[in-house]
Structures are given as structure tokens and as C-alpha cells.
Design a protein around this ligand. Structure first.
Ligand SMILES: Cc1ncc(COP(=O)(O)O)c(C=O)c1O
Length: 360
């Protein structure tokens, strides 16, 4: 099989070993004579997968007893609305948000539909989302502060989370499972699965128990976190195969030393790429302030934008996929999630060096 280097932002690289393990059991799940794809989510076999997936997430992410792990459908976008629908009701309908890039912006649009007051405590738009603040002034009355821990399009990542007087709700779609978290800061962490967890179709939500008790009961059942929690994320049919794939990918993470092993590998990959870009005499550039550069998504520009099409075409000929920057910002972007091997980053650097030598 011709194997491509996958730098896509999402759906993104899934470890080859994980795909092979899934393939081996696709038609006949562990000798049962049926595929997991066609088994009831109420049966013993799926229940085993479901609870193992939740157990592994709890263990690897070191989620404490104060928080609950939920597996939901609908992607991260659903959470933009689901969070305020659950948490903002009665006389508690104010929330803060930090606008760090395009994804926080999208969350803000939905928040505005539901909140009585939205406090934009940081707006990075004027600096084209190149930096992040050290501190945030969040009003006491805010029920929560929403932030996006890693902006997939702009390549900006919170390295430390600000101390604020309310729980943080964090969209971690593009950097979940890439570093350890201090859970006491977070009321809710959510993440679409299709970057660091597995395939699309599943959203991880980790929510603090006391917030579950405060969720609105005046919204449709599927939107209620408390109902999903009471039913162990089996209130309705879960995306069962996606849950299975996430379980396999979590086992793969454990084999690589868990979160700390993965974090080290991620840092090495990102450092190499940024160092190369910074020492290219301006042929390549990354617009983000060094202290907040993303370890997951590395956007970069060519000094001569006329060369972009050739760069992408030649990269594709060399088996490198997904390097085109998001349509809203242009340029290039290398997404180097957990499953992107350091050999892939090396291959990219070799190509970038050759391209520069040929075109400078
Ligand atoms: C940071 C971030 N948040 C939210 C989303 C939306 O996720 P979904 O497509 O699962 O709704 C994305 C998708 O790329 C993302 O990168």
C-alpha cells in the first residue's frame, strides 16, 4: 500500500496500527460472527467497548472523580450551543468568552443567541489572532468563561490557562490528549474526535459533577448533559464504531507512554518544524507569537505567494496530504497531531528545504 504523510487538520491522521487492528476485526468481531457495526448498543459486547473507552479516557486524561466523561454525537459544533443551553438559564445567563481565533468566534455566535450578556474578555481580531493575553478580567457574575485551547486555523494555543473567578469551558477539539490538564480549572472540556481521538462522529465532553446538577431541564432531552450522564452516554444510540476506534487509539496512546510520552513526541515534532521555518531567511514564515504557537497546527506562509500552488502540487507528488491552509486564511498548514509520525515531519522538512533551494 502506498502510504501518504497525512497533515490534514481533521478528519486527521489515525495511527496505521489502529486502522489495521480495526480492519482485522471489522467483519467478525472477536469470533462472534458479526461486526461491531451491526451489534446492539445495549448488548454485552458493545457495552464492554463503551465502558473501556470511558475508562481509558478517564485514566489517560487523569479525569478526577469530580468530573464525568460523556461520549456524544454531533461534533464540537453542537457544543457551541449545548453548553449555554445547559448552563445559562433562570437568572444566571451571563458568560465570558475569549476570542482567540475562528473557532472561538463560531462558539461566540451561538453563545450570543442564548446568553443575556456575552462579555468578550479578549478580542484578538485586531492583531489577526497572533497572540494571547496572560491574564483576563472576567466579571464575577459570569457563569463560565469559554475559550478555545488551540485554534486549529490560526495556530494559536493557550499554554497556560488564565486564573478566572468562574469555571472555564474549553473547546479542546484540536489539542485534547496532547498534554496533561489541571482539571480543577475546568467546568467543561469538549472535543470533536476527528483530530487526536479517532474518527469523526463523536464528541468527548468532560463535565464537572456540580454543573450537571445545575443544567437546565427546560431543553430537549438530547441536549441535556444530565440525561446523558444518568444514562452513561447510552440515552440514545451512540456512534458505536467511532467509540470503538477511539478505544483502539487510546490503547495505542498507552503503548506510547501515555500522555507524557505523547507530549514529548509532539514537542519534538513542533520544535523541529518551527525552528526550520524561523531559520529559512524569511522564505517560510509563521505569523504567531512564539510563546503561543500551536504544537498541533502549524500555519506557514511563503514569502512569494505565487509559489503556493507549486508547493502544494509538489508536496502532493511526494505523498504529502492536507497541507493547504484553511480557505479563510490561505497559505499552508501542517497539522501534526499525535498520530503524525516524526518521520512524516522529517519528510516534510526535507521537501521544504529542497523547495526553498530550488526557488529562492
Ligand atoms: C477547535 C475546533 N472547534 C470546533 C470544531 C468543529 O468541530 P466539528 O466539525 O466536530 O463540529 C473544529 C473543527 O475543525 C475545531 O478545530
Amino acid at each position: 500500500m502506498k502510504k501518504q504523510h497525512n497533515f490534514s487538520a481533521g478528519p486527521a491522521a489515525i495511527p496505521h496500527e489502529v486502522l489495521q487492528r480495526a480492519q482485522a476485526k471489522l467483519v467478525d468481531y472477536e469470533g462472534y460472527g458479526l461486526s461491531l457495526l451491526e451489534l446492539s448498543h445495549r448488548g454485552k459486547i458493545y457495552e464492554g467497548v463503551h465502558s473501556r473507552c470511558i475508562r481509558l479516557l478517564t485514566e489517560i486524561l487523569q479525569v478526577p472523580d469530580t468530573h464525568r466523561v460523556l461520549l456524544l454525537g454531533g461534533g464540537a459544533t453542537l457544543q457551541f450551543g449545548m453548553v449555554p443551553m445547559n448552563l445559562l438559564h433562570g437568572n444566571r445567563r451571563k458568560a465570558g468568552i475569549a476570542l482567540s481565533g475562528a473557532w472561538a468566534g463560531k462558539a461566540c455566535e451561538d453563545l450570543k443567541l442564548i446568553a443575556e450578556d456575552v462579555h468578550v474578555v479578549y478580542d484578538g481580531k485586531k492583531q489577526e489572532y497572533r497572540s494571547l493575553p496572560e491574564m483576563l478580567d472576567v466579571p464575577e457574575e459570569d457563569v463560565y468563561l469559554h475559550l478555545c485551547s488551540n485554534e486549529t486555523i490560526h495556530g494559536v494555543q493557550w499554554k497556560h490557562f488564565p486564573k478566572v473567578p468562574c469555571p472555564i469551558v474549553a473547546d479542546m477539539s484540536s489539542d485534547i490528549l496532547s498534554r496533561p490538564l489541571e482539571w480543577d480549572q475546568f467546568g467543561i472540556v469538549y472535543a470533536g474526535a476527528q483530530k487526536n481521538l479517532g474518527p469523526a462522529g463523536l464528541c468527548l465532553v468532560v463535565i464537572r459533577e456540580d454543573l450537571l446538577a445545575q443544567c437546565s431541564t427546560n431543553i430537549p432531552a438530547y441536549l441535556r448533559y444530565d440525561i446523558h450522564a444518568k444514562n452513561n452516554s447510552l440515552y440514545n444510540t451512540p456512534p458505536s464504531f467511532a467509540v470503538y476506534m477511539v478505544m483502539l487509539q487510546l490503547e495505542w496512546v498507552l503503548e506510547r507512554g501515555g500522555l507524557s510520552g505523547i507530549q514529548q513526541q509532539n514537542q519534538t515534532k513542533a520544535d523541529k518544524l518551527y525552528q526550520f521555518i524561523d531559520s529559512s531567511d524569511g522564505f517560510y514564515s509563521n505569523p504567531v507569537e512564539r510563546a503561543v504557537r500551536s504544537e498541533m497546527n502549524v500555519p506557514f506562509l511563503l514569502s512569494d505567494t505565487n509559489l503556493e500552488a507549486a508547493f502544494l502540487a509538489e508536496a502532493s507528488e511526494r505523498g504529502m496530504e492536507g497541507l493547504k491552509g484553511h480557505r479563510s486564511v490561505g497559505g499552508m498548514r501542517a497539522s501534526i497531531y499525535n498520530a503524525v509520525k516524526s518521520e512524516s515531519v522529517d519528510a516534510l522538512l526535507e521537501f521544504m528545504a529542497e523547495f526553498q533551494a530550488k526557488n529562492h
